[in-house]
Write a protein that binds this ligand. Structure first.
Ligand SMILES: C[S@@+](CC[C@H](N)C(=O)[O-])C[C@H]1O[C@@H](n2cnc3c(N)ncnc32)[C@H](O)[C@@H]1O
Length: 220
């Protein structure tokens, strides 16, 4: 099990892994594989089920995130990627925003097992609605396939991201404009972020794993 340059992420053969916390030993979140190594447990991180894993498989090397980071996660769904981020920030907290009661029901089960995920049923279009529960954070992750996904990201960065901190948006081109080529849509999103004084750090095309998606890493 070899640590990668990204904090808390490991490689074994052609798969990547995060470390399952001691108190979750033996517990799977989806259909991942658990491997025991040096008295620790590692969960495989499937690039076809998590866009962050796909981005790492496609060359994303570094994110400014550590075991102490607090993360705001927009579009948590049932918690597949949330769970791996929670492994990485094992001394921090993942604030998981999700608007679907159906997805949240499964997410709550995960939160009962893991002590560093706070589930919040809310609409990321209204960041002011969760300001009682969410502090300023070290990292923002967004995976919301809505037409105004860039606006949602910008508004949450403004409200919750600490200065000189990073975030990542998983852009689904077809949710923004089906009539344009994905690259044109990514460029539109990049222009809008830059217009809002948000720096672009990296752009990773996720094709092969997620059609017409790109991961855009930013800094505030
Ligand atoms: C593509 S899924 C996220 C998958 C998840 N990030 C993962 O990797 O495990 C998108 C999720 O965003 C949620 N969503 C869509 N619009 C939202 C909004 N305005 N606020 C909060 N959640 C939203 C959807 O209900 C859905 O569960």
């Amino acid at each position: 099990m070899k640590p990668l340059s990204m904090s808390g992420v490991y490689k074994y053969k052609n798969k990547i892994f995060t470390e399952n916390p001691n108190y979750c030993k033996g517990l799977k979140v989806y259909d991942e594989i658990i491997i025991k190594y040096n008295n620790k447990e590692f969960r495989s991180w499937n690039p076809y089920k998590s866009k962050l894993s796909a981005a790492i498989h496609k060359g994303l090397k570094i994110l400014d995130i550590s075991e102490k980071s607090d993360v705001l996660y927009l579009g948590a769904a049932t918690g597949t990627t949330v769970s791996h981020l929670a492994d990485i920030v094992n001394n921090g907290v993942v604030y998981a925003i999700e608007k679907s009661p159906f997805a949240l029901k499964k997410l709550l089960k995960l939160c009962n097992q893991r002590k560093n995920i706070i589930p919040i049923m809310s609409d990321a279009n209204h960041p002011e609605r969760y300001n009682v529960s969410v502090p300023l954070v070290d990292f923002i992750y967004q995976d919301i396939s809505q037409r105004n996904q860039d606006e949602i990201f910008i508004n949450n960065i403004r409200k919750y991201l600490k200065i000189n901190s990073q975030g990542i948006i998983m852009v689904k081109a077809r949710s923004i404009d089906v009539s344009l080529k994905p690259k044109q849509v990514y460029n539109m999103v990049i222009d809008k972020l830059e217009l809002n004084k948000i720096k672009i750090i990296d752009i990773i095309d996720l094709s092969n794993y997620e059609k017409d998606h790109a991961a855009i890493v930013i800094s505030s």
